[in-house]
Design a protein around this ligand. Structure first.
Ligand SMILES: C[S@@+](CC[C@H](N)C(=O)[O-])C[C@H]1O[C@@H](n2cnc3c(N)ncnc32)[C@H](O)[C@@H]1O
Length: 201
């Protein structure tokens, strides 16, 4: 397994929550573009801050993550909130895309894949999105402090990321870099690139 999954699981066991339990701000934007009931896939959902928000907004969620610790925590919260939705423990590499989605999201996950798997993941996201549907991806850039610490990971700068969505099949709605402040452990910042794109008709 690539990096650091032990470290991620250890953090989840300590009760650390990515984004302090608030949904990603671009996920909130995405929700405003979708009709209620839209089918959304969350790849690498973690403890479900985005999945839970989107379920609460009335969308039909499928969520996977490689961490059983994280998925169990998310499923517990979903059950407490009365949702009839369960995330599954599965890696992005092994996920069997057997349906088309109105939106597929993956927030701060794909830098954890090998370069080959990262490209495959983006291709699968694109193929399995309905026409007029959306992809939302955020990824750590090479400006992130982790780039030097974990050279085996697949950090992606915005100018390397954008071309995936410039093949004529997509309209890019947002592409930018931002800094995210995290408070778990020693407070630190992450440099992140985001693309929100809509599949052309
Ligand atoms: C930084 S967390 C982000 C979690 C969530 N997307 C969010 O924004 O709150 C990265 C997540 O990716 C998951 N992950 C790492 N490699 C994965 C893989 N190959 N397949 C599925 N999930 C993976 C980790 O278990 C972790 O939950």
């Amino acid at each position: 397994m690539f990096l650091n999954q032990n470290k991620i699981d250890k953090n989840y066991k300590k009760g650390v929550v990515w984004g302090q339990d608030k949904p990603n701000k671009y996920v909130i934007k995405l929700a405003s573009l979708l009709n209620k009931g839209s089918k959304i896939l969350d790849l690498g959902c973690g403890e479900g801050r985005n999945t839970i928000f989107l379920a609460q907004e009335g969308f039909d969620l499928t969520a996977i993550d490689i961490s059983k610790v994280a998925v169990d925590q998310m499923n517990h919260k979903l059950k407490q909130l009365g949702f009839n939705v369960e995330g599954s423990v599965c890696s992005i590499q092994d996920y069997d895309f057997n349906s088309k989605y109105d939106a597929i999201i993956s927030t701060t996950v794909i830098h954890l894949l090998s370069k080959e798997d990262q490209i495959k993941c983006i291709e699968n996201m694109q193929i399995n999105t309905k026409h007029n549907g959306f992809n939302l991806i955020t990824v750590f850039t090479k400006k992130d402090h982790g780039f030097l610490e974990y050279p085996e990971l697949s950090f992606l700068n915005l100018d390397e990321f954008v071309p995936f969505y410039c093949n004529g099949n997509w309209t890019i709605l947002i592409n930018e870099e931002y800094i995210k402040h995290e408070t778990h452990g020693v407070p630190h910042d992450h440099n992140i690139a985001i693309i929100l794109a809509q599949k052309n008709n």
